[in-house]
Ligand binder design. Structure first.
Ligand SMILES: *Cc1c(COP(=O)(O)O)cnc(C)c1O
Length: 395
């Protein structure tokens, strides 16, 4: 493709597996677990990696290759691998690089299962971790150790929408020779490109905005070639491969990521602006609202504010439940990044395994409702949330 055509939308649509003898226009699904070798020499050269090519779908498949090649272009990454889910991407990116006695430094506000990995699973193999305080830059310098093998962060965080300064953390990590790994699931490469700001590796749960239609699980790790080489070795021999079907679906989903994100962001901003100051709410959190404590940082490192809005209800748990039970169209579910607007109550669902103290440290109060603003008409979304909020007794 000529360089002048290399815009995000064009790359997302025109990065395709070469056309087969059938002359198809849309890339077909390669449902095959293995591939044929021409002869003994061809098989030998493939296995010793002297030549690139298909061997077995746990290693690679034309559909997963297309998906990951495209995502690498969109994130500006040297290399990448596709995995079965976001969590298998998180686990692979960490397990591929740590040994017993090593340490991981992370931001405190993390996806619930990532928190379980750091606190309950990695310690079984002698890998410890610490959480730095997002609002205190000195805490990163205080907690980093000679054994720290990677820095793992999420920005914006789920569900508190707390931001971390990617440029500052990129400089901090590189000055100590430690790779910075960023879970970019909430922003997607359309809104934020951590590698360009100094990160070394980006993780995705493709289940969220990349699929965008609530259908398939998927994950990805993209970034510095040397880091990805270690992840590829780990994944090849432990087996968290993305299925060809999901890769086929997710690669086609990437074709519409830009237009979907534009509308998610426009709807979310309109909803956030509409509900700011509502009497049942003590706060509306959205990175592109001027009232967000890190509004300037959001404008500096994100193209738009994303599709998630956090509503803080004055009435706590009871008010939260009244809203969850009061919506008519909006779905009450645990996913996000879907065409359908979804509300979630993190304290009783996605973050219920955290203690009350851990939840409050990352800004998840009992009255916090996460709204994943969908692609329905914005007036219908606002009207439904409005009538549900009207059921909340004003305290
Ligand atoms: C959902 C999510 C994950 C996990 O992804 P799965 O595809 O569900 O395994 C990781 N990080 C963030 C920020 C998420 O929202």
């Amino acid at each position: 493709m000529p360089d002048e055509l290399a815009h995000f939308e064009t790359l997302a649509i025109r990065t395709q597996t070469p056309v087969s003898a059938e002359r198809e226009h849309s890339v077909p699904l390669y449902l095959t677990s293995s591939f044929r070798f021409d002869d003994a020499e061809h098989a030998r050269a493939l296995f010793t990696e002297e030549i690139a090519g298909n061997i077995y779908s746990r290693y690679a498949n034309p559909n997963t290759d297309e998906f990951i090649r495209k995502l690498c272009l969109l994130e500006g990454a040297e290399d990448g691998i596709a995995t079965a889910s976001g969590m298998s991407a998180v686990f692979t990116a960490i397990a591929a690089r740590v040994s017993a006695g090593d340490h991981v430094l992370a931001s405190r506000a993390l996806f619930g299962s990532t928190h379980q990995l750091f606190t309950r699973i990695l310690p079984k193999w002698g890998v410890t971790s610490d959480y730095a305080d997002a609002s205190d830059p000195a805490s990163w310098a205080r907690l980093v150790r000679p054994t720290t093998k990677l820095i793992f962060i999420e920005t914006p965080s789920n569900p508190g929408l707390e931001l971390l300064d990617l440029r500052w953390l990129g400089e901090f990590a590189s000055s100590r020779g430690i790779p910075l790994v960023v879970d970019n699931c909430f922003a997607t490469p359309y809104l934020q490109q951590p590698l360009a700001l100094g990160a070394n590796v980006v993780i995705h749960s493709a289940t969220k905005y990349i699929d965008g239609q609530g259908r398939a699980l998927g994950g990805a790790i993209v970034g510095d070639a040397s880091y990805i080489t270690d992840c590829r070795f780990f994944a090849r021999h432990t087996g968290p491969a993305m299925s060809a079907f999901n890769a086929w679906l997710l690669s086609k989903s990437l074709e519409t990521l830009a237009v979907r994100m534009d509308r998610h962001c426009a709807n979310a901003l309109a909803l956030a602006q509409h509900f700011e100051g509502h009497p049942a709410l003590s706060a509306v959190r959205y990175p592109f609202l001027a009232s967000h404590p890190q509004h300037n940082l959001a404008r500096a490192q994100m193209q738009q504010g994303g599709g998630i809005v956090a509503l803080e209800l004055r009435g706590g748990l009871m008010a939260g439940q009244a809203v969850l039970n009061g919506v008519r169209m909006v779905s009450h579910s645990a996913n996000l990044g879907d065409t359908r607007t979804i509300i979630t109550h993190p304290a009783s669902t996605t973050h219920s395994k955290l203690s009350a103290a851990e939840r409050s440290a990352v800004g998840i109060s009992d009255g916090l409702i996460r709204v994943s603003v969908g692609l329905e008409h914005v007036s219908d979304i606002i009207a439904d949330v409005e009538q549900a909020l009207a059921r909340v007794p004003i305290v």
